[in-house]
Ligand binder design. Sequence first.
Ligand SMILES: [Zn+2]
Length: 546
Amino acid sequence: MMKKTFTRSIHLSSFILHPLYFMKLLSSSLRLARIRGVEIRFHFSMLFSLPIAYFLFSPTNGREIIAALLWLLGLILSIFLHEVGHAAAAQLVGVEVKSIVIWLLGGFTNLSRSSEKPKHSLAIFSAGPLVNMLLGFFFVAAYILIFFWFLPFERNAELFLWGQTFANLSFSLALANMVLVIFNLLPIYPLDGGNMLRSVAEMFFGKSNADWITLVISAPLLLGLAAFALLTRDYLLLASCLLIGLAVGTLNRSFLRRLNLGINYLFKRSGYYYMQGDFERAAQGYTRDIEREPQQGNHYLGRAGCFLNLMQKERASADTERALKLNPNNALALQLRGEIFMLEKNYPTALDYFDRAQAIHPNWSVPYFDRASALFDQKDFHAALAELDKAISLPPAFPLFYVLRSLNHFVLENFEASRQDQDSALRLSPSDALVMTELNLQIYDGYLNWADDYYGRILTHDPRHAQALQGYADACRANLEFFRAVELYTRALAVNPREASLHFGRGKCHLALGNLENAKADFQQVIQLTDKLHLKRQSEELLKAL
Ligand SMILES: [Zn+2]
């Protein structure tokens, strides 16, 4: 069983991985309530709001303390209503809302999926700042009302002071809402402005370009903002920048991947395409890299990873051999060479290569995982489990480790442990845990009952979970259950109509069932929708053969 872990470990370098553990620690939030199926949570950063309120007001008497608390309450309410704006817009365009997390600088609305249409995302992301704009007007009106129609006529000194307090309160809440508007509209991902920028970029330049355009604009702006804060000694703004930096990881894990993608796009085109799953284009990129730097072993390994994903084993092993000739102690090359032997069911040689890789990097999780895969393939489930336990105790951790251990537990009828591992995999990354690459589809082969359990659990809670539907459909296809697969692909396409890989999978099922017209329609859709070269080419070849 070949895993994509190897090739991912080239691109997911440790500086990306270690912050993840740190972020996980910081991402804790407290559940407050559940309103119409939407969870309301408070992020830990809200703890900072009390000292900030104290610092801003430095109250000296009871009235000032009340004013400071009311201000804080008003601010939290403004942030909350901002999120309610996002949530309401999402529900309007048919996207289910899971939770609202309130954090110091704006909150976060957790959607069950992102909307397919950029104009829908644009509506969702602009609804929040719009709410703050309206609140800003409301507080300005309250201020004007108190200042011009109450204070001039009030003779009681105590009431006058309270009136003044409320006027000031309205004024600063109006100001706070304006700050929220301006701050959230900054075109820095993952702020609303950054997301709006991404939607607009997607409208004009397509999805894959939108990601790096957003990154290229966001990153320098955030750095610039931090530099400005430092120069003006605005420590609150500096803290905000720091928090955005952290929030990037705590509130939206996919940003780290996007950051990695962006770095790859700017400096390593081939790596960018590889991470996008555009393997043929990535292989072309690596070929150019090799022409430029023929002594650089990692270029050969990158290309070998592409060839493997394109199911071209011979070319993949030729490239790993070249990398090993350049450096016989290249642990990644040894590991990949072993994985190819494993694919060819040459287990003793594969295990020998894994041992050699492990001798070089004793505390690397991947050799343990690969050894577990080999043992699992040979149905030595107890031994495989022991190796998986070791792999999971070592860095780096991949969702696939937990997926395989869940499967292993399931086979051994430890159903409780199996489900715990399913949950762990999903926590690491739902997309990687649910949808296997074409190369990893064999993991399902013969284990459809496990897939029923795994995907069934998610789909009972959320029948429209696009990734669960896709993974489940792939699992049925791998087990030659084409009727069920077609039904699941169709359900997934109802949620995510522009996903080419769904059309590709369904087309293959139709082909196997002999529904040639349907197969034709699906492959034509793939050609229209995908920008991945190999998917396009394979669909064209299948169409020609029809
Ligand atoms: Zn927002």
